[in-house]
Write a protein that binds this ligand. Structure first.
Ligand code: CA
Length: 317
């Protein structure tokens, strides 16, 4: 009896701490939310069921939607790497945003021509697609960016439109690049900027990848993965082009996956922080699960650290 009680005390807190992935039927990662009217759309990377334990197997992106943060509907496959004739595969992190009634889907995929990872953009009249390669070629190729010399530095695009209408794209693995997008959202002007990720006062000790840029109350927030295994940190600025001020950690390393990726959206008057872990049975580092928790600001607009719990269990109206 005594033994049983000891066991139950040990087990209950473990279950209470377990993650509650919002998608349980498929393996998903790199969440990118987009609010359109009453609906929150969630674009994700897709880890294939038969991914080997030591290698990512990612062929397409998935789309889910909700109107209450509790019930999620699968909306299909809006885009695949084979939709880009110049891609050799690897459907890495992506983000879709809306402008002038169209939806622009920025992806990082392996390129057939320029060795390494390139950024492409697809366009649709609907958030659900079908999306079509907008250019027939990459928007950015590996050889254009040289802050980092490895061939996969051009990963993880995040796109943001400021209140004055200027759009920016940020991206980078062990590099953080930025370029001003034109109003057509499929071309850019000016030089590609490389932020100094080695400057600890701007980006902490170990910027890795997966930037997510957004604005809240006139402040610009650069949220990103740091270190390996990754934790999520952030920096703030009064300008979309920096300089940035390092603020610290938002989410510590989860422990069951080497990677994490932030996606942030304000929806029905609350802010949500999407991320991924590998907490479902049969999950692993290459078969991940998208999760969500509330993001809460302190009185000075800094972000309170998020301890993953059970996700959102109460419907939002
Ligand atoms: Ca490059």
């Amino acid at each position: 009896m005594k033994k049983l009680i000891t066991i139950s005390i040990l087990i209950v807190p473990l279950f209470a701490m377990a993650q509650a992935p919002i998608i349980k039927e498929m393996f998903t990662a790199d969440p990118a939310p987009l609010v359109v009217g009453d609906t929150l759309f969630l674009y994700t990377s897709h880890d294939e069921d038969n991914a080997p334990k030591d290698k990512y197997l990612m062929k397409d992106w998935l789309l889910f939607s909700t109107t209450d943060m509790v019930n999620w509907e699968f909306r299909g496959v809006p885009l695949k790497t084979t939709d880009f004739s110049w891609s050799a595969g690897d459907a890495n992190a992506a983000q879709c945003i809306k402008r002038n009634g169209k939806y622009y889907f920025y992806v990082s995929v392996t390129s057939k021509n320029d060795p390494g990872v390139a950024i492409g953009v697809a366009v649709s009249d609907y958030p659900t697609g079908p999306f079509k390669d907008a250019l027939g070629k990459p928007l950015i190729i590996n050889s254009q960016t040289t802050y980092a010399s490895h061939s996969w530095d051009d990963l993880d695009p995040t796109v943001f439109i400021d209140d004055d209408g200027q759009a920016y794209m940020y991206w980078g693995n062990n590099a953080l690049y930025c370029v001003k997008l034109n109003e057509d959202m499929i071309s850019y002007s000016g030089e590609i900027i490389s932020f100094n990720i080695k400057d600890k006062s701007q980006f902490g000790a170990d910027y890795e990848e997966g930037p997510w840029l957004y604005k809240y109350k006139k402040k610009y927030y650069m949220v990103y993965a740091s270190g390996l295994p990754e934790s999520i940190h952030y920096s703030m600025s009064d300008s979309p082009l920096g300089p940035w001020k390092y603020q610290g950690v938002i989410m510590e390393t989860i422990g069951n996956t080497h990677t994490n990726h932030p996606g942030i959206a304000e929806y029905k008057r609350k802010t949500y922080f999407f991320f991924h872990d590998a907490s479902l049975p049969n999950s692993n580092d290459k078969r991940r699960n998208v999760c969500v928790e509330r993001l809460i600001y302190d009185s000075d607009e800094t972000i309170l650290q998020i301890i993953p719990k059970n996700g959102i269990t109460k419907k939002v109206k």
